[in-house]
Design a protein around this ligand. Structure first.
Ligand code: ADP
Ligand code: ZN
Length: 645
């Protein structure tokens, strides 16, 4: 795929001309030096000259432009030893009899030079004269040389900074393109060939972007009904999970031009560049509409504004973000430009980006589970000549926590390893070796999970699941996974209930389920781990809320220490006495311990079920309600779910 060529502009010539000029100038200076040498003229000093003068070697002296002194010697003097170097300097090895033979410049403290020369010209046969040479051009050039040099350096740096060096294929006029967007354009000529077939797994995400494809293919179908199509979709997920791939597939399916760039491309040292690049990008996209703009790493510009506005680059980023928001608001849906952005940090994004009519649709792109990894392997094995008996499910099992990009990497690496060993096809061992290599790289990034850790995670999540299954008020469980996602190593997914008023039992049941993870670890391994940090954080907050906010604790009473005006700074001053503080701490402790004990009791009663569930998790990595029902039995509180509607 080729990059879009920047438009040729008239400045190209100009900047090249400057370069030619500088080179020419340097060559001219150089040649003048050579010229002196060819003539056999040598630089000397004034003291040296006086010596020649006293020895009677000098025949003629010319002072040029009151600055340079040219000295010619007598024929006799040329044979002297001290002037021997003159012969060597000439190309012909015969000294130029006419001269000039030496030259030197008049310094500040040579005021008596002219006097001495006049004196000498009276006595001896020395000719002495003044000359003005019309060589002003040289002086002018020397005068402006520093400026030329500065301009040249400036151009050089500017090209560097605007990324021209690595960009490739861009002419010498990068600096004049600084306000132009740096988006790579993939359009009809080099059609995006990627389709949904190339994206393995990600079923949910694909379904969500399907609508965008349909809209781009047939916009009138939607707009005539008055429907509004989102202008932007935000793909959220860790690097390498296929966000770019998915966006490209959307363009490929809809057969529309695809502008791809990274958030950091907008932000540069030059003030105002980001905003004008955004403007240019949208202008180009509108010209090619229907089209897709893909902005990778949007957090580079989309970070929440106004955290600290000390540095200049921050202002610049804000300007860029504001421009982006303006552009997104500015065009209406019939422009048929859809923006897809990717990030793995939704939490830092400016809320304004998520407002209706902007990136109001968020699509989560998770790390692949076992089944999805198998599918990704199959996609990337296609171009590889592998042995017929290759066990793909086995490979998927060997790669927990790997992203799609990691798997693509493994396939490539395996092919390289096989080639190195002169094999006819890529075999299982090559893939295992490749996994080892990639794991080595990943370990540094702390991404990899050992099988022992995986076991702990499985029991931990199974603990959450089992406990919540047997609690009346815990939210219904829909899915349990041990596929790492963001910071968490596993997760139990609940169908959240919309509750306006929460009763004490409900909070307590939720806390109990949250403590089920740690309880399961203690029961199974007789050890607890740091893996329960976020559970503990949540539980502690809830317990504190029971006591200090909602007034649900009998010992403390119907008192709240909550200040809805938000002016209370709890971290500095406590709104209660030291005595109450101790009471509160004690109550919080007791509430949590009671729930922990409850979780332990439930798990001790259901030990075999817990084990079975954990093993099922280890095997499948993701389990749904059906598996839970099969192992744990019908949910005793199912009734609650149906009455909820
Ligand atoms: P992201 O944009 O999320 O960082 P990319 O889309 O750039 O990730 O993915 C990098 C590469 O990883 C892709 O070019 C593709 O080869 C491979 N890849 C990632 N996810 C998948 C997937 N679901 N199916 C097939 N290949 C994938
Ligand atoms: Zn947990």
């Amino acid at each position: 795929m080729t990059k879009k060529k920047p438009p040729k502009n008239k400045f190209t010539l100009k900047s090249n001309w400057i370069y030619a000029f500088i080179i020419g100038f340097i060559m001219l200076m150089f040649m003048m030096n050579i010229g002196e040498t060819i003539n056999g003229t040598q630089k000397t000093s004034i003291s040296q000259f006086y010596r020649f003068l006293e020895a009677g070697d000098v025949r003629e002296v010319v002072i040029v432009n009151d600055k340079n002194v040219r000295v010619s010697l007598t024929e006799r003097a040329l044979d002297k030893d001290i002037h021997k170097s003159l012969k060597e300097k000439t190309l012909l090895n015969t000294p130029n009899i006419k001269g000039p033979h030496y030259y030197f410049e008049i310094g500040r403290d040579n005021s008596n030079l002219e006097e001495r020369l006049r004196e000498a010209s009276k006595n001896d046969d020395i000719r002495f004269s003044y000359e003005t040479e019309e060589n002003r051009l040289m002086d002018i050039l020397i005068g402006i040389f520093p400026f030329i040099l500065i301009i040249a350096i400036w151009i050089f740096i500017a090209r560097r900074m605007s990324g021209g060096s690595g960009g490739g294929g861009i002419g010498g006029s990068q600096i004049f393109n600084i306000g132009k967007s740096k988006a790579k354009l993939f359009d009809k000529n080099d059609n995006v060939k990627i389709t949904f077939k190339d994206v393995a797994g990600l079923e949910g995400a694909k379904e969500e972007v399907e609508e965008i494809v349909n809209f781009l293919k047939n916009p009138s179908k939607y707009t005539t009904l008055g429907g509004k199509i989102p202008k932007g979709a935000l793909l959220v997920g860790v690097p390498g999970t296929g966000k770019t791939l998915l966006a490209k597939a959307v363009a490929g399916e809809a057969k529309v031009p695809f502008f791809s760039l990274s958030g950091s491309d907008f932000v540069e040292m030059f003030v105002g560049v980001g905003a004008s690049r955004v403007r240019d990008l949208f202008k180009q996209a509108k010209e090619k509409s229907p089209s897709i703009i893909f902005i990778d790493e949007i957090d580079a510009i989309g970070r929440a504004r106004g955290r600290s506005s000390i540095t200049n680059s921050n202002d610049e980023r804000e300007n860029t973000l504001n421009q982006l928001l303006t552009e997104m608001d500015g065009f209406d849906t019939n422009t048929n430009v859809i923006i897809i952005a990717a990030t793995n940090r939704v939490d830092v994004l400016d809320k304004a980006l998520m407002r209706a009519g902007r990136f109001d649709r968020q699509i989560f792109v998770d790390l692949p589970d076992l089944r999805e990894r198998e599918a990704i392997f199959k996609v990337h094995l296609k171009p590889i000549k592998h042995t017929k008996t290759l066990d793909v499910p086995f490979l998927a099992k060997q790669t927990p926590g790997f992203s799609g990009a990691d798997i693509a990497n493994i396939c490539n690496e395996a092919a390289l390893i096989a080639a190195r060993n002169d094999k006819k096809s890529v075999g299982k061992q090559d893939f295992l070796d490749a996994v080892d290599r990639i794991v080595g790289g990943l370990e540094k990034k702390n991404k990899i999970i050992t099988s022992e850790e995986k076991r702990t995670i499985a029991f931990h999540e199974a603990g959450h699941a089992t406990v919540s299954w047997f609690l009346e008020h815990a939210a219904p469980l829909v899915k349990v996974t041990i596929v790492p996602r963001g910071q968490s190593l596993g997760a139990a997914w609940y169908l959240p209930e919309e509750r306006q008023i929460v009763r004490t039992e409900q909070i307590l049941d939720e806390m109990c389920a949250a403590l089920g993870g740690r309880a399961a670890e203690e029961i199974t391994f007789k050890k607890i781990s740091t893996g329960a940090l976020s559970d503990l954080e949540k539980v502690t907050k809830q317990a504190r809320a029971i006591v200090t906010i909602y007034g649900l604790n009998e010992k403390i009473g119907n008192i709240t220490y909550y200040d809805s005006s938000g002016q209370q700074e709890y971290s500095f001053t406590k709104p209660y006495s030291e005595e109450t503080a101790q009471k509160i701490d004690k109550e919080i402790y007791q509430i949590i311990e009671a729930q922990y004990k409850r979780a332990m009791d439930i798990l001790n009663k259901n030990k075999t079920k817990l084990k079975k569930l954990a093993e099922r998790l280890l095997e499948k990595e993701v389990i749904f309600k059906e598996d839970l029902e099969e192992i744990l039995g019908k949910n005793p509180f199912e009734k609650k779910e149906s009455t909820k509607e």
